[in-house]
Ligand binder design. Structure first.
Ligand code: ADP
Ligand code: MG
Length: 247
């Protein structure tokens, strides 16, 4: 078996009395989409935060390409190649679409604000940012104010920002939310191709999308993984049916 790109080993995190992650172990392998599903409050966003480094674990570790990155914060992990999108938008609304994409590209260097001005004049970064916008179908909106985009376009811009990092792995928290049928279909097709460049840990509510594109699915329930397997395995798993699929 090829070595995983990302490994989570025994990650735990409490918020007061809530055990949002309970000794979660999973991996993300080259070329795959590994979906994370589970009811509201199951701990999906917590797990993305623990992986990305925006949340600290109480126990456990995160490995990227075999290297332990648990001590690194989110910026440190982004620089090592972990790209992410947020459930709640992280875009700077007053900036243009291209400027937001550039912020993603600059983020690679780690010195975000200091380098931002010069980045606006940096042709390579600007090309990278434009290429990312092109790929998600937003290049024609490059000079618009981000606040003036539709909700769906902002979701796509989040993906473009992550793309400019040229990550080794993607962490995506509900990228289809609010996209509508056509937008979801397009983004699903895009993620389907994107996995060849870097594997994707995908939190998604849209079960049709998950069952259509995920290579493996892990089911979270009260902070714990209750099953991991292919779409077929998951559909058949009695614990999953009871806990999540509602029969
Ligand atoms: P999901 O993304 O699966 O809906 P979350 O990871 O957002 O779930 O939340 C998991 C649990 O942890 C929930 O009970 C939630 O209320 C709690 N939780 C998440 N973040 C915080 C926080 N910053 N402070 C307190 N409780 C939190
Ligand atoms: Mg969430």
């Amino acid at each position: 078996m090829t070595a995983p790109v990302v490994e989570l080993r025994g990650l735990s995190r409490r918020f007061g009395a809530v055990e949002a992650a309970r000794a979660v172990t999973l991996d993300l392998r080259p070329g795959e989409i590994h979906a994370l599903i589970g009811p509201n409050g199951a701990g999906k966003s917590t797990l993305i935060g623990l992986t990305a480094g925006s949340l600290r674990p109480d126990a456990g570790s995160v490995l990227l390409g075999g290297e332990d990155v648990t001590r690194l914060d989110a910026v440190g992990r982004a620089r090592k190649g972990l790209g992410r999108t947020f459930q709640v938008s992280s875009l700077a609304m007053e900036l243009t679409v291209l400027e937001n994409a550039l912020l993603g590209a600059v983020g690679r260097s780690g010195q975000v604000m200091r380098l931002f001005r010069s980045a606006l004049c940096d042709r390579d970064l600007a090309l990278l940012a434009r290429a990312a916008l092109e790929r998600v179908g937003l290049v024609e909106e490059a000079d618009r104010r981000t606040a003036d985009l539709s909700h769906g376009q902002r979701r796509l811009l989040e993906v473009a920002v992550a793309l400019t990092l040229e990550p080794r792995a993607f962490l995506m928290d509900e990228p289809m939310a609010g996209l509508g049928a056509e937008g979801s279909r397009r983004l699903t097709g895009f993620l389907d191709r994107l996995r060849e460049e870097a594997p994707i840990l995908l939190v998604e509510h849209d079960m049709d999308a998950v069952f259509a594109i995920a290579d493996r699915i892990s089911v979270l329930c009260y902070g714990e993984i209750i099953a991991t397997g292919t779409a077929e395995d998951i559909r058949r798993d009695p614990r999953v049916r009871i806990a999540y699929l509602g029969d």
